[in-house]
Ligand binder design. Sequence first.
Ligand code: PTJ
Length: 265
Amino acid sequence: MASNEKRSESIPKSHPRYQSLKYRHKIIEGMKKLVVAEAGLIAHGRGECFDYILGEKTSLPAKKAIKASIAALLLAKNPVISVNGNVAALVPSELVSLGKVLNAPLEINLFYQKKGRIKAIQNILYNAGAIKLYGIDSSKMVDLDGIESNRRKVELIADADTVMVPLEDGDRTEALKKLKKFVIAVDLNPLSRTSIWADITIIDNIIRVIPEMIKNTHELRKFEKKQLRNIVEKFNNKKNIQDSLDLIINYITNQKELAFETFKK
Ligand code: PTJ
């Protein structure tokens, strides 16, 4: 057993920050196995900070965005779910299940290229039950216009109409939008360039988002196309992001007093 797994098991379940520490260890373990880039640790920390001031739960705006995302993914002709190191380390089985229930292919797409990373991510996803993965064979990859980072190398994403980009950096979201793709982002930072550029931004932790998306898929796949279109058309991303920002403002305002009563009682 890896020393980090041992460390993770040694966190008592009664620890007030058990969940947070458990996922922190998954990220560290992922980095040791090359699944996660070194910078992925920093990205995770930034995410934790936003999660904290969002109350570490799936908010109403996040639920609305999840529902609209599933409606859009069910309506899409060629949906693709983009996978990076952090997502593969945190929720491999859930991600594979989502791809299966939505019939949406998973494409590995990395910002930080390093020898062995694609293989490590492939392993974690195949062990989690994936049957087929894309973004692996460089002879099948093409360059996306308008982007210079490694993320420009894509396979199915080139012809996708709808792309889900969890924990993405702003450049590619902007490039995908300029290529007229419908972009669904998962990002705890409501003010990131990805959040602002996306058509639908799910402002919540990926560890809660994917299970909620699977639940929504089971429910929404019984809907008629017209009903699904209605859900997507009614969704207002700007308003939803602003509602999430209000939640942060309210949470901090309440905690200004409450934190002292809760922690010191
Ligand atoms: O595996 P790679 O090489 O493709 O690299 C992946 C990272 C995440 C390192 C890369 O895409 C990156 O540097 O991303 P950024 O620019 O740091 O953006 C990541 C965003 O995801 C930030 O806005 C974080 O707040 C957010 N985030 C981090 N953890 C979570 C999250 N959002 C949802 N759930 C999380 N668990």
